[in-house]
Design a protein around this ligand. Structure first.
Ligand SMILES: Nc1nc(=O)c2c([nH]1)NC[C@@H]1CN(c3ccc(C(=O)N[C@@H](CCC(=O)O)C(=O)O)cc3)CN21
Ligand SMILES: CC(C)C(=O)C(=O)O
Ligand SMILES: [Mg+2]
Length: 283
């Protein structure tokens, strides 16, 4: 970690988020204003959280994508608050610098602002996360406002929202053609409701650019092209560990599936062939 300025000012300038001891909501805003893109990954456990934090990833989302990537469901729909809380706690405990966001699962906020605040308070009280995230633009604005009023930062999520995959008719790009106006209305609604940032998932690059220019708060792209303020990817997609269909917007930075499967085969061969354990691994 780089040295902090010896003379802290009242409104610390953030020439680079990298120099920060701890990332906070105002630093996302500052990064947007400076045109310095920030980076996020999902994380569901202590080991990856520690690795990503030390590598300087700015924020970690404990996504309900844990449903697919940890719990073995086909969608995020069955995921519960009780399932996400221990994972979120593990991630929050592991980080020193990264900002940790708890994803509110399907069925934990749609009933209204009261239910949404109840869920958000559970995550903040029981996990050590720094913010919550929920899906939906105009339809979730009242929920966002209530949570923000309680002093809890909210990351919004519009465009393709996986919890409404069936309502949207599949994993489809959102905001194409006439849909661009709806996307902009959703973006304006979450900003007005007090969200500190908004995730744009599977949105055409030109539409994401327009949203990014119009909004004061930072935009975070997941399959939204380069003209956004920050990027986010599901870590198992990014590291080549996911077993399902990998979306076209993902760039795979490692082949962990290959590495682990080769290691497993080598281990089995060694055991069968008497090459493990040897005297060196014995007492
Ligand atoms: N960020 C993210 N959101 C998801 O919903 C998601 C992931 N990642 N990764 C794991 C799975 C796999 N999912 C997906 C999502 C989209 C496509 C996909 O290929 N979509 C088309 C878009 C078609 C269109 O509307 O034009 C594509 O070409 O990317 C595949 C798998 C859903 N899951
Ligand atoms: C894909 C991101 C935005 C998400 O909501 C998740 O991983 O659950
Ligand atoms: Mg999610």
């Amino acid at each position: 970690m780089s040295e902090q300025s010896p003379v802290p000012s009242v409104h610390p300038a953030t020439p680079s988020m990298q120099a920060l001891k701890r990332v906070r909501t105002r630093h996302f805003q500052a990064a947007k204003e400076e045109g310095a893109p920030f980076t996020g990954l999902t994380s569901y456990d202590m080991l990856t959280a520690q690795i990503f934090d030390e590598a300087g990833i700015d924020f970690l989302l404990v996504g309900d994508s844990a449903g697919n990537n940890v719990l073995g469901y086909d969608t995020t729909l069955p995921v519960t608050v009780d399932e996400l809380i221990p994972l979120t706690r593990a991630v929050a405990r592991a980080v020193k610098r990264a900002f940790v966001v708890a994803d509110m699962p399907f069925g934990s906020y749609e009933n209204g602002p009261r239910e949404a605040l109840h869920t958000a308070i559970r995550f903040m009280k029981e996990t050590g996360a720094h913010a919550v995230k929920l899906e939906g633009g105009e339809r979730s604005a009242d929920q966002i406002r209530r949570i923000v009023d309680a002093g809890i930062p909210v990351m919004a999520h519009i465009g393709f929202t996986p919890q409404s995959e069936h309502g949207l008719g599949g994993h489809l790009v959102q905001g194409r053609g006439a849909g661009a106006e709806k996307l902009l209305a959703d973006a304006r609604a979450v900003e007005a409701a007090g969200a500190f940032a908004v995730v744009l998932e599977m949105v055409p690059a030109d539409v994401a650019q327009r949203v990014t220019q119009e909004l004061r708060i930072p935009t975070i792209g997941v399959g939204a092209g380069p003209h956004v303020d920050g990027q986010l990817l599901v870590w198992t997609d990014w590291a080549g560990l996911s077993t399902g269909r990998i979306p076209r917007f993902v760039k795979q930075y490692a082949d962990l599936k290959g590495v682990l499967s080769e290691a497993a085969r080598a281990y089995k061969e060694d055991v069968q062939g008497g090459q493990f354990p040897t005297a060196e691994q014995s007492f």
